[in-house]
Design a protein around this ligand. Structure first.
Ligand code: NAP
Length: 322
């Protein structure tokens, strides 16, 4: 089968380790099922893998990709849950299983003609969503869903600042949050992305680091070092940062004094459960929300998609068709 593979790690030049070409068809362990991939979405996780973050060289070569939608062996249209873990080992939540992994960390991922996953990791794809749209849900949209509806601790009507508005998780936060009735403020380095964020449903958009008209209830962080101080300073007393990533770096000033003095909370968030993925798909079906897709490319042109993500030249999700 044709696949996009991480063959080598290069922290400075991640594209150097990306290989596009034929790989042996996967074997199928007991209890696992092969899915014919119709569409697979790119995540920053795939860039981290090529840079050697979260993976060691002895795991390579490995097929990249966390997200897919496709056809199961019974002919059903399915969405693939990316978290390989045992909910019983995590108190009912597979993301808390100490041995959990994401597709493409220990097991081959989704940027291929076929992916093999535990049967419990399949969720029905609503007919109303295209394969391209459904392929965006398992990582960025599931992460945004959990950040908003499980971790934020605030109700619809609250004001939520989304940092790095153009990213996959950020655009997901904007459309899901807007549909649920939150007042979404978005920040981006790019004027064009700020305009697009408002068109998507953000109430207002601001330059990265700009002073806001008033303090917000919650900040959604995925940018990290470049925006952390601004996130801390933008919160009302007692407010909360929900953080799922640190794209720009992991060594910001901690802002400890402001965090304790204004009694802020910092809450980490990672992915979601298979049940949440099924509810997210239903949320999209019920509200009419559709994932924001920057571009759809043949998998053979994956290098162009990776390049756009590395330079930040994207707004929403990049989808590959094998
Ligand atoms: N914990 C989890 O389960 C989980 C799940 C998904 C993603 N993540 C992490 O969350 C992060 C975002 O993932 P993604 O897939 O959404 O990535 P992405 O699509 O590549 O988006 C990254 C966004 O970050 C912003 N950004 C990057 N560098 C910046 C800087 N120096 N200053 C300001 N903004 C900057 C950009 O927004 P603008 O260009 O608009 O400023 C960019 O659009 C990644 O680090 C990823 O690993 C974690």
């Amino acid at each position: 089968m044709f696949a996009a593979t991480a063959a080598r790690i290069d922290a400075d030049d991640p594209l150097a380790g990306l290989e596009l070409g034929e790989r042996p068809d996967p074997t199928v362990p007991d209890g696992w099922v092969p899915v014919q991939v119709r569409a697979a979405a790119l995540n920053h996780h795939d860039v981290w893998t090529l840079r050697g973050v979260g993976i060691s060289a002895d795991r390579l070569p490995i097929v990249l990709g966390c997200d897919a939608a496709g056809i199961d062996p019974d002919g059903n249209e399915v969405i693939v849950h990316a978290v390989i873990g045992d909910p019983d080992a995590g108190g009912g939540d597979e993301t808390l299983d100490p041995r959990r992994s994401l597709l493409s960390e220990r097991y081959d991922g989704t940027l291929a003609g076929q992916v093999v996953v535990p049967r419990r990791n399949l969720v029905p794809k609503p007919a109303a969503l295209s394969f391209d749209e459904a392929a965006c849900l398992p990582t960025a949209y599931l992460t945004a869903y959990r950040m908003l509806f499980e971790k934020s601790g605030v109700q619809p009507g609250a004001t939520v600042l989304v940092q790095g508005a153009g990213g996959g998780v950020a655009t997901a936060l904007i459309v899901l949050g807007r549909a649920a009735g939150y007042r979404i403020w978005a920040a981006s380095r790019s004027e064009a992305k700020r305009e697009r964020a408002v068109k998507l449903g953000a109430d207002q958009a601001f330059e990265t680091g700009a002073r806001l008209p008033e303090r917000v209830d919650v900040v959604m962080e995925s940018v990290g070092q470049a925006t952390w101080s601004h996130s801390v300073r933008s919160l009302r007393p007692g407010g909360r940062i929900v953080i799922c990533g640190a794209t720009s770096g992991d060594a910001p000033p901690a802002e400890l004094t402001r965090i304790f003095f204004t009694q802020l909370s910092v809450t980490g968030s990672t992915m979601g459960t298979v049940g949440q993925l099924a509810r997210l798909a239903r949320f999209c079906e019920q509200t009419g929300v559709r994932p924001v897709i920057d571009r759809v490319l043949p998998l053979a042109q994956a290098r162009d998609g990776f390049g756009a993500m590395i330079t930040g030249d994207l707004f929403g999700k990049i989808v590959f068709q094998p």
